[in-house]
Structures are given as C-alpha cells and as structure tokens.
Design a protein around this ligand. Structure first.
Ligand SMILES: Cc1cc2nc3c(=O)[nH]c(=O)nc-3n(C[C@H](O)[C@H](O)[C@H](O)COP(=O)(O)OP(=O)(O)OC[C@H]3O[C@@H](n4cnc5c(N)ncnc54)[C@H](O)[C@@H]3O)c2cc1C
Length: 631
C-alpha cells in the first residue's frame, strides 16, 4: 500500500481524540502517517477557561503539552503552525511556514465568541474563547478591583466594582459563578467590603440557562441568587463602553467589566478553506462528516455542522459533540484506507453539567438523573477525567487531580480546601528521622547476638513451619517482642490488654491475635517450608534496614513511607504486631508529604529522576514542534 497521509488540523477536543485513536489503530501500519497541526504546542482544555479567568487554578493548568500526549506515538508528527488554507488541487495543507501533503484531512479548528457585531464589544468588552482571553480577563478583573477600591467618585467606583456577564449559556453561567467564588479573596486583597463587588448576569430571554431542563435551571438560579448574583432577564445589551453598557430599553448599566458570552460562531478562518458554510459560519458536512465539497476533507467539532433535523441548527457545540463527530470521521478515514463500509455520525449526548463555582453545580444525566451541589460537581470531574482515559493520558489525568483537588488555593475545590492545605515539610523531619531510627533499632536485634535472624535458626513463628520443624530444626517463635505467632499469642497472652504502654497492660495486645484465613492461605503459599522461611526472614530484615536508612537520608521518602505502611499492615495481619507500635502507620503517612525534600536527598534526587524519566518517556517539551528553528 502506498503511504497514506492523514493531516489533522486543530488539537482541540475533537482533534486530540481523533489523533489518539487513529495513531492507536494504525500503530502497526507503517504506511499510514498522521500529522497533527495546531497553532499552539499544547491542547487547551477549554471547558476550564473560566477557572483560569477567575484565578482558581494556575495559568498553565489547562495547557496540555502535545509532546506529552503524543510522545509515545511514533506515527504522529506534531507541527506548531497556523493553517492558512487547503490546496485541494495539489492535496496540500498549507500553513504560515510550510505545507503538508494529505490523502485525508480532518479539520477541527473550533469556534470563537460571536458578538453579532454589537458596538463596543471588541474595544471595551471581554470574551472567553481561548487561553489568552482568559488571562486577559483575569488581569483586567484584578486591575479594576484594585482601581475601584481606591476610587472616590461613587459612580465610577460602582462601575469599577461591578462585573457583568452577557449570556446565560454554559460559558456565561460558569464564568459568573466562578468569578463570584473569587470575590472574598479580591475584597481581602484590596481591603474592601466584599458586598461592594457586584456580579450581574444579563440575559436577553425571559428565562436563564435555557439549554437545561427548567427544574435544573431554576435550582441553579436560586443558588446564584443566594450568592447575591444579580440576574437581569429580558435585558439586551446593545452597546459597550469603558465604564457602562447601553441596554435595549434605552437605559445604561454601570460596569467596567462586560464579558460577552452570548453566542459562538465558527472560527473566522473557516471561511478560508473554500468549503460551503452554514449557520454561524460552520462548515457543512454530510453524515459521514465529509465536507460537502470534498469527500477527503472531514470536518469535526464546533466548526462542523451536521444538519440532522433539517433545521440548519446543527449539533450542539459541546465536548460530547466534538467527540462524536471525531469518532465518525476517524472511523470513516479508517474505513476508506481499509476498504470497509462507511459509518454515519451518531450523536450520543449523555447529559449536561454546569458548575457555578468550585463547589456547586447542576447536572442532568441521561435525561432522567438530576443532580445538584456536591454530586453534580463530582460528576463533572468524573466526566473530565473520563476524557483523559479516552485519550489514554495517565499523565494528564494525574495532573488534573493535582490542580483540581490538591493544589487549589483559598479552599476553592470540591472538598472545600480540606485536601489542598499546604504546609512546610520541615515539621515532619523529626517524624521521618524517628521512624527511620525505629526500623534500625528493630533490626539491630535481628542482625547480631543470639537473636540474630541471619543464622539457620527459624525465626518466623508460623504454625505450619513449626510442625515441619519437629524433625530437628528448633521451633522458633520464642522472640516474643517481634514475632509472636497468632496461634501462640492466643495461647500465651492470657490477659492481652489494649494499652499504649507495656507496663500499663499486663501483656501487649496483638492487632490480630490470629491470621485471617485468606492471609493464612497466601502466607502458606508464599512461605511453604523452612528453606523459603529462612530466606524470607533474612530478606525481610535487609528490606527493613534499607527502609530505615532511606528514611533517615530522606531518599525516596514517599516510597519508603509507603513500604513502611505495607510492611506494618502485613505484620499486623500475620499476627506479629502489637497495638502499641501501630503509630508507625500514621507517622509513615505523615512523611509522605515530601518530607525528604527538606534536609534529605529527595531534594536533588526526585527532580533529577523526574527530568530524566520525563525526557526518556516523552522527549523534551518545546514551544514549537516540527520547526527547524528550534534546537
Ligand atoms: C469557557 C468555555 C466553557 C465551556 N464549557 C463547556 C462545558 O462545560 N461542557 C461542554 O461540553 N462544552 C463546553 N464548552 C465548549 C467546548 O469547549 C467545545 O465544544 C469544544 O472545545 C470543541 O472542540 P473542538 O475540537 O471543535 O475545538 P477546540 O477545542 O476549540 O479546538 C480547536 C483547536 O484548533 C486550533 N486552531 C484553530 N484554528 C487553527 C488554525 N488555523 N491552524 C491551526 N490550529 C488552529 C486551536 O488552537 C485549538 O487548539 C466550553 C467552551 C468554552 C469556551
């Protein structure tokens, strides 16, 4: 087969999804090459833009580097460039700095805000359509609140401290909800009464959030009202100025921050491809996702328009739509290459989720399950995480967890900050050293003297080994402090007392006086006879010494602490561990907070390993891919 070139334009929700799947499908077919072109070196997770704009997550949290996503796929070539046109005669995708031959193109260049030509939006208003616009909005909000806080003129002060969003769709409501979450922090930083900062949602229709079921929309409305958001229905904005907006009824409304979210249209560049466009500039496609002018050009995501019902409205411009269109297009490209029958676009919308800040949302799943508050937000996170599974990115799934749950500021996460509290790891150094020392103290008795575990004397106290030992080997189990067998413990510890000290209780109380049956079976399988037992007792002692030394040196502290938890849990289940020493588990968990980074070797070793491993696995992330100017 002659080489087939598939060029995917746009690394958004649709493009990344399709490229991942195509790359996997053709991974053993060297005749198929895939080129992914985007104007950025990263995929922007657009559905979280409002979190950037309202300062909930770090600015780079929603930029997912393409090399990290595709570094393992040798059949994908990444190009950072802007596509300007498609030369259909010579079958080339033309970019600002080069051109790429194609057999099939998948065009997924997304959408952009539509201000319907409203005067002043471009000059004085704000939109939320890409990463840059989110940063611009964030900086502006910080600036106006700072200026408003020191403004003496009451009219101007009011306008500076008033934030208005036009449009109550997904973007508008999520943005106003998120900005409201930021209010108290902004007020504190600028030493003003939080009530002075006002939030206004302006909607032309008589009801808000009309993409939702009325019941869900009403719930969301009540929540917003409770949070003091001023909802202005049946209100049209017809002009935007520096510190006020013109309303349709002839009045004005004071605000220096007008965020326009009242509509989306295909990216302006869609017009450059010479393909037929429908409503809002979206490129018309058939049910196979082929453009109506060229069957080798597939159009997916927000920029495509499948006129399923003949109304010209098209499929919704949401992530599920992007995935469904990409799925149909990629299946058809595969089918063409492999001479299989084509498939039709099958929309599958499992529901809608809208967040109003970090802790509250409403969701409608499968049309019948209505959720609100914590569970709706949880569902939204699960859906976001599902996308990372669909594009096979464990790395970014982990990063998502980190930035959404563990590294958020000012309690702005689903768990109200309980899982993102940051502290100085210095405080756990004593715990780390003590824990390490305890392992060494414990092992000291096992490596020397009459109680040494490095002789041919059996020290493991398990009953089946003792039976086997009657032929000659001495029955161990005598080491009461470290290895009281469950069976023996029940026999000898007649008055086992739960206590924090040996003296208080007559006998220390084992966590389990007898092994649970399943543990018994596993242990007996792993250590069936004395030879294995002798080997194991020596190996275990060496592991304990290594764990102790690692903790003291602060080397691989997370792993050493995890090993401590695992070992103690195993000892407990083996009937060999007492309640008085169970503190080792919580102490080891405490040391997992990066304790080895302060006065420990992890300070140098962990960053070195991360860098080396990252480079080996993904290569070096770059600002431009596929360009000769980058070394
Ligand atoms: C603030 C906000 C909140 C949203 N919230 C939700 C939500 O909660 N749920 C939901 O389902 N949907 C939501 N959406 C909509 C959702 O993000 C889009 O439907 C989805 O991103 C569409 O995916 P796409 O692949 O078509 O385009 P995009 O994800 O926009 O990707 C397009 C890509 O094309 C690239 N590109 C564009 N032009 C060119 C060019 N000429 N050359 C090279 N590259 C180019 C861009 O850089 C971009 O990477 C939200 C959108 C926004 C803006």
């Amino acid at each position: 087969m002659a080489t087939k070139n598939i060029v995917v334009v746009g690394a958004g929700f649709a493009g990344v999804y399709a490229t991942k799947r195509l790359a996997k499908h053709f991974k053993r077919n060297a005749d198929v090459q895939i080129t992914l072109i985007d104007r950025h070196s990263y995929f922007t997770y657009l559905t979280e833009l409002h979190e950037i704009a309202a300062n909930r997550v770090e600015e780079d949290a929603i930029q997912y580097d393409l090399q990290r996503l595709f570094g393992r796929r040798k059949n994908v070539k990444l190009v950072t460039d802007t596509v300007t046109t498609i030369d259909r005669v010579n079958k080339q995708v033309v970019t600002a700095h080069g051109s790429y031959p194609y057999d099939y193109v998948m065009l997924g260049i997304g959408s952009e805000p539509n201000d319907f030509g409203t005067p002043g939006v471009k000059e004085h208003g704000f939109t939320l359509g890409n990463w840059e616009s989110a940063i611009r909005l964030k900086e502006h909000v910080k600036d106006v609140i700072r200026r408003g806080a020191t403004e003496h003129d009451p009219e101007l002060r009011k306008a500076l401290l008033s934030i208005a969003v036009v449009g109550s769709g997904f973007t508008g409501t999520e943005t106003i909800g998120e900005l409201r979450d930021w209010r108290d922090e902004l007020a504190k930083e600028n030493k003003i009464d939080p009530e002075e900062i006002t939030f206004n949602l302006i909607e032309m229709a008589p009801t808000i959030m009309n993409m939702l079921d009325r019941k869900d929309a009403d719930k969301a409305e009540r929540y917003m009202q409770k949070r003091g958001i001023n909802i202005m229905k049946s209100t049209g904005v017809v002009g935007v100025h520096d510190t006020y907006v013109d309303l349709k009824d002839g009045s004005t409304f004071p605000t220096a921050t007008l965020i326009w979210t009242a509509g989306v249209k295909a990216t302006d560049q869609a017009a450059q491809f010479g393909l037929q466009q429908g409503r809002a500039g979206r490129i018309l496609v058939n049910k196979q996702m082929e453009s109506q002018d060229d069957p080798d050009i597939y159009v997916v995501g927000d920029v495509s328009l499948v006129d399923e019902d003949g109304t010209g409205k098209g499929q919704p411009q949401i992530v599920q739509g992007a995935e469904a269109t990409a799925q149909a297009a990629l299946s058809n490209i595969e089918a063409k290459i492999e001479n299989k029958p084509s498939v039709e676009f099958k929309p599958n919308y499992s529901g809608f989720m809208v967040s109003l800040g970090s802790r509250y949302g409403v969701a409608n799943l499968m049309g019948w399950m209505h959720l609100s508050g914590f569970f709706a937000m949880l569902m939204k996170h699960l859906v976001n995480m599902l996308y990372f599974c669909q594009i096979y990115s464990g790395y970014y799934l982990f990063q998502y967890f980190m930035h959404e749950f563990f590294r958020t500021k000012n309690d702005r996460n689903l768990m109200r900050g309980h899982i993102s509290r940051q502290g100085n790891v210095l405080w756990t150094i004593p715990a780390r050293l003590f824990l390490g020392a305890m392992w060494l103290v414990d092992c000291w008795g096992k490596i020397q003297g009459s109680g040494s575990w490095f002789t041919d004397k059996l020290r493991l106290p398990f009953a089946w080994l003792q039976t086997a030992a009657t032929s000659g080997a001495s029955a161990a189990g005598a080491d009461a402090t470290t290895a009281a067998s469950g069976a023996e413990a029940t026999k000898t510890a007649t008055k086992a007392v739960f206590s924090l000290s040996y003296e208080y209780g007559n006998d220390p109380m084992p966590v389990f006086s007898q092994m649970p049956k399943w543990m018994y079976d596993i242990t007996k399988t792993l250590i069936p006879n004395q030879d294995v037992a002798l080997f194991m007792q020596k190996t275990m002692t060496i592991i304990e010494i290594l764990v102790g030394l690692a903790l003291i040196a602060g080397l691989f502290t997370w792993l050493s602490s995890a090993a401590t938890v695992a070992l103690i849990a195993t000892f407990c289940l083996s009937g060999m561990f007492y309640w008085v020493n169970i503190w080792m588990i919580p102490m080891a968990i405490a040391c997992m907070n990066g304790s080895g980074r302060a006065f420990g070797l992890d300070k140098w070793v962990v960053p070195y390993l991360q860098k080396t491993f990252g480079k080996w696995r993904y290569g070096t992330p770059k600002s431009l891919y596929g360009s000769d100017v980058v070394k």
